[in-house]
Design a binder for this molecule. Structure first.
Ligand SMILES: [Zn+2]
Length: 1052
């Protein structure tokens, strides 16, 4: 880098250190253009950049969202689609973007400063000076294909969103909250009917109006080199100065210099119907205007009062509506941080016939709370807990900073005064002094006595039918109007656009940017120590191990310690599910749901679940139970606690109580079943998840927890369980006891303690609180962690004979698919580095599959799963107008590359290698993550320490032949007839086309209903009793029909 010649023209507005985390925040402003730079300096391997532009538009055209997509299609000096992402991939970076109702943000995530610094100016030029060609608009936004159907990347994306319950309800609420002329009212993603007529001209206009340096903030969280940063930005400004409006140009700050939303003058209650086959449950959305997000005390008060009302099962709204009266499966809240903020309340899983009643109950309950004294000790606990949590997020979560910094840029004062407020947490001191009367006045003012908007979301079969008919009629009419000639013209126009978009990037252009060195990636070091049975994995030679060995020892529980300089203790307990009797496995989700929500015996007396939760909230920062997927074991369970180090021993006592002194209570189990049942219809609306569930049912054995926890199991099993709970509660209780006994054994627990080990009081022997529980046998050998291969079904071991299955779903407007074949089965497989590079190559943004599928409007996204030891490979298509075409396009592309017909692109290969480096950095982005990664590597996968770093070296040595070979041997089979199976979920209108598409490829096809994949695990309904509404949706058409013969001819 040349040394500096002149001082960059950036003025420092302020720089301050937070008093609760080791982070410094600095704000700069360009004196030339008004561009803002906001940096939060933090240690770690990752640099997270956000380029945020406040954008306001007064229509549903979708210009903000479509522009976001078009930014990536090329810029003034780099007129190549894909250049930016190819460069980013090579520089350990990934790019992304989102469009909200009030802004668009572009993200640049990089491992190490050098890579970030390389991409930054190229990316910024794309944002400020995009090419915005008509050809790009055709493929990326919307077009009519040669068959008369609507397609385009954004169009397909919005197709998957527009008729969902949440979108319909949210939009209706915003129409009632905001009058015309206020930007928050509109759908910035674009309504389908608007996208069909949106012109490139409109998008260009919008860019010109909104995208200028004085309306952009470069927000950076990470280990930034300020001097280098300002030099780069200064040069960038120099390079664009003739193409952007100067500081003196007239500019209105979006939302600030605009019409302000008036207060609501009345309360609205409306019903919104959404298309849905299952009409049993709906949801409710309620919105209130709240205080300004910059009034720190009031804003924090919102969060405290909402936590008090519905933060957990003991908070009043949830406790009454979910736990006691069982009117909803959950009541959640969130808020939109704005000068006129919005507070949202959302009861979900509400019985359709009770929607209106439940809304009234919610409102009356809010009034009731406001008219009686609050539980002030609980209010104080909520305040203290939130303060602890904030401190915790500030240590471990970059989004804590980026969110605050972006919101401040959107709506805050330009002199830095509003951002400066995050320096302290003084607002909590003020709120701790608030009286009962102050809190209730606040509650009345903003919520219980305030005008509001209530939307009842009602599922409707007829809306689904009507939607389908309207869409069919619209398309039929268009096709007729266009005629063959018109269609042919459109097909030709599309082809031209694609060709023009795919102008190849000359290699010498890419060569101008060398792959950055990895020296500037500062990995977080976590050192390991072990005690008890964990020592069988080896005893590390670390100072942490010395500390652990010198401490008083206890029973030989399996404990791995990870030593990092954190202020907190992160605790994870890994629990295998292998020893649970199969017939009880479907109970496990209920068991998890009640784990922290059940009464317990404490010192000989019964403590109700509300008091358990209250005490847990007091003693922890957070606690959770869930699947152990993040620990590398998708069959296991993980219990996690985050606490202050003074609470280390208390937390261990809690574990003992929750595992061994719980009281299984039919009332609590019934509440959990009711909640779970209410969530089923919503879960069954998700096309992607349902495709996965069906795929899982085909390729895994029923004994796998993955299979037993499916929604399609719950749908039958839980309904019958609820009946059994009424007739034979003791039987059900005994099942839960058996389940618990099979989980919590000495030999089935593996513990990870992440802490500043030196400062941990009594690190080893404190665990005797848990390890000495009656019935535990310390002499037993550890139960091995489930080998993923062992849970494959016979079809899963050698996929291919099943063929394909098509499942029409009324809730879908597009299609999803999963193709499965045999894959790698071990981390020790020597092909692993080549496999990772090959997947990275194919999946690269603007890489081969991206251009072949997404670039052709065939799907919003495609990708492979990343399970590398499961013995299978999956190829997935998301939100496609025709998944079979997306699969076909991908297959053709992969076959060409694997055979060598299409040569490997050297730059893309380098990018794929860098991508592996980035993923290693991702896995270790924070102290807690780095520590967890050591556990995954050593304990779950049984690999040697440092395996990940070695992988970086091994990946750099992968050859082109190795890549092609692994594509041929491992990846291509997922597209090969007789070696792969395909599951498709799709809009009913697509059924016929899908059957045709898949049988043309040669797959056996069958059309099935979701209910065909129900499974009851031997739990039968009461004799002679008809099961109500098992949502039979049978469709015999095409059922079992054989496709053309199984030859594997490939045309390309
Ligand atoms: Zn999008």
């Amino acid at each position: 880098m040349p040394s500096q010649v002149k001082t960059p023209r950036f003025r420092k507005i302020q720089s301050f250190q937070l008093d609760y985390a080791p982070t410094t925040i600095t704000q700069y402003e360009s004196e030339r253009t008004g561009m803002r730079v906001i940096v939060a300096d933090r240690e770690g391997p990752k640099i997270n950049g956000y380029f945020a532009l406040p954008t306001e538009i007064l229509d549903d055209s979708g210009a903000p969202h479509t522009l976001e997509h078009l930014i990536f299609m090329g810029s003034k000096s780099y007129q190549y689609k894909g250049l930016l992402d190819k460069l980013a991939g090579r520089a350990y970076s990934s790019t992304n973007a989102w469009t909200a109702v009030d802004h668009t943000a572009y993200t640049l995530e990089t491992a190490g400063w050098d890579g970030f610094a390389q991409i930054l100016p190229v990316y910024l030029e794309h944002v400020m000076l995009p090419t915005l060609t008509d050809d790009a608009c055709i493929t990326e936004v919307h077009h009519i294909d040669g068959e008369g159907n609507d397609a385009g990347v954004v169009y397909s994306e919005m197709q998957g969103v527009q008729y969902g319950s949440s979108e319909l309800m949210d939009l209706r609420a915003r129409r009632l909250l905001y009058p015309e002329g206020v930007g928050f009212r509109y759908e910035t993603g674009g309504m389908l009917e608007s996208l069909r007529v949106l012109t490139n001209e409109r998008i260009r206009e919008f860019h010109k109006a909104m995208y200028r340096p004085q309306n952009m903030a470069v927000v950076i969280v990470g280990d930034a080199d300020h001097e280098d940063l300002l030099r780069i930005l200064d040069e960038f400004e120099e390079s664009i100065k003739d193409d952007v409006p100067g500081l003196d140009a007239k500019f209105k700050r979006p939302f600030i210099d605009s019409l302000q939303p008036p207060a609501l003058r009345q309360t609205y209650l409306e019903t919104v119907e959404f298309p849905e086959e299952d009409e049993s449950t709906g949801e409710i959305l309620v919105a209130f205007f709240g205080p300004s997000c910059f009034d720190n005390i009031q804003a924090t008060a919102v969060s405290i009062i909402m936590t008090y009302l519905c933060g957990s099962s003991v908070s009043v709204i949830e406790n009454v509506m979910v736990e006691k009266e069982e009117l909803a499966s959950s009541v959640s809240w969130w808020w939109d941080a704005r000068p006129n903020s919005i507070i949202w309340l959302q009861p979900t899983g509400v019985a359709t016939e009770k929607l209106a009643f439940v809304e009234q109950r919610l409102m009356s309950l809010l009034k009731e709370v406001a008219s009686n004294p609050l539980d002030m000790s609980y209010v104080k606990e909520c305040i203290q807990r939130e303060r602890r949590q904030n401190k915790f997020y500030a240590e471990g979560n970059e989004q804590y900073y980026s969110q605050n910094m972006i919101t401040d840029y959107l709506f805050g004062n330009r002199d830095g005064s509003t951002l400066e407020e995050i320096q302290t947490m003084a607002e909590y001191d003020v709120l701790e002094a608030w009286t009962d009367e102050q809190w209730r006045e606040f509650l009345r003012k903003w919520i219980s006595d305030a005008h509001h908007v209530s939307i009842l979301g009602k599922p409707s079969q007829s809306a689904a039918k009507k939607l389908k008919e309207t869409e069919e009629a619209r398309l039929a009419k268009r096709k007729q109007e266009l005629g063959e000639e018109g269609l042919a013209k459109l097909a030709e126009r599309l082809e031209t656009a694609k060709k023009n978009n795919e102008k190849p990037i000359p290699p010498e252009v890419l060569d101008k940017w060398p792959v950055p060195k990895t020296d500037s990636i500062h990995f977080i070091e976590s050192s390991t120590a072990r005690s008890g049975k964990a020592k069988s994995l080896g005893v590390p030679n670390t100072s942490a191990q010395n500390t652990i060995d010198a401490a008083p020892q206890g029973l030989p529980l399996f404990i791995q310690y990870e030593d990092v300089p954190t202020n907190f203790v992160h605790l994870t307990v890994h629990i295998g599910t292998k020893d649970i009797p199969t017939k009880f496995k479907p109970l496990l989700p209920l068991f998890q749901g009640n784990f922290f929500n059940s009464p317990v015996m404490l010192n000989g007396s019964r403590v109700e679940f509300e008091d358990v939760v209250k005490q847990l909230e007091k003693d922890t920062i957070s606690y959770a139970i869930g699947g152990a997927g993040r620990l590398g074991d998708s069959e296991g369970l993980a219990i996690q606690f985050q606490v202050e180090k003074e609470k280390y021993e208390t937390m261990i006592e809690w574990l003992r109580t929750l595992m061994f002194d719980v009281i299984f209570d039919p009332v609590r189990i019934n509440a959990a079943v009711t909640k779970a049942l209410a969530d089923i219809p919503e879960a069954k609306r998700d096309g992607r998840d349902m495709a996965y569930e069906v795929d899982t049912a085909i390729h895994f054995i029923p004994e796998a927890y993955n299979v037993a926890r499916r929604t399609l199991v719950k749908a039958v099993y839980f309904r019958r369980l609820k009946k059994l709970l009424e007739s034979e509660p003791d039987t059900v209780l005994s099942w839960f006891k058996d389940l618990s006994r099979s989980l919590f054994t000495f030999q089935n627990l593996r513990i990870l303690v992440t802490a500043d080990v030196e400062k941990l009081p009594n690190p080893v022997a404190a665990w005797d609180h848990l390890a000495s529980a009656p019935g535990l046998d310390p002499t037993k050998d550890l139960v091995p962690i489930t080998n993923p291969i062992s849970i494959l079904s016979s079809e899963g071991k050698t996929p291919g004979s099943f063929g394909s299955v098509i499942i029409p779903m009324a809730t879908l407007e597009s299609s999803f698919s999963v193709s499965t074949a045999s894959g790698l089965s071990s981390y020790a497989d020597p092909r692993l580095p080549a496999y990772l590079v090959a997947l990275g190559y194919l999946e690269a943004v603007e890489g081969p599959l991206w251009t072949a599928v997404r670039g052709n409007g065939l799907a919003y996204g495609v990708g492979f799963n990343r399970e590398v030891s499961g013995g299978y490979i999956q190829f997935r298509v998301f939100r496609s107008p025709d998944a079979s075409k997306a699969i076909e396009a991908a297959r053709t592309k992969v076959a060409k590359i694997a055979s060598g017909e299409e040569p490997l692109d050297r730059h893309l290969v380098e990018g794929a290698m860098s991508g592996v480096v980035l993923s290693v950095a991702d896995d270790q982005a924070t102290m807690a993550a780095a520590a967890q990664q050591n556990f995954v590597t050593g304990v779950v996968r049984g690999l040697e320490a440092g395996w990940n770093r070695q992988l970086i070296t091994r990946v750099r040595n992968v050859t082109a032949d190795e890549i092609r070979k692994v594509m041929t041997d491992v990846i291509l089979p997922v597209f090969t007839l007789g070696k792969s199976n395909v599951v498709v979920t799709c809009a009913p209108i697509m059924e016929e086309g899908m059957v045709k598409g898949l049988s043309t490829m040669g797959y056996k096809t069958q059309v099935r209903a979701l209910s065909d994949f129900h499974e009851d695990y031997g739990l039968k309904g009461p004799e002679g009793e008809e099961e109500e509404d098992e949502d039979e949706y049978t469709d015999e058409n095409g059922s079992g029909s054989e496709g053309s013969s199984g030859d594997e001819s490939m045309e390309d």
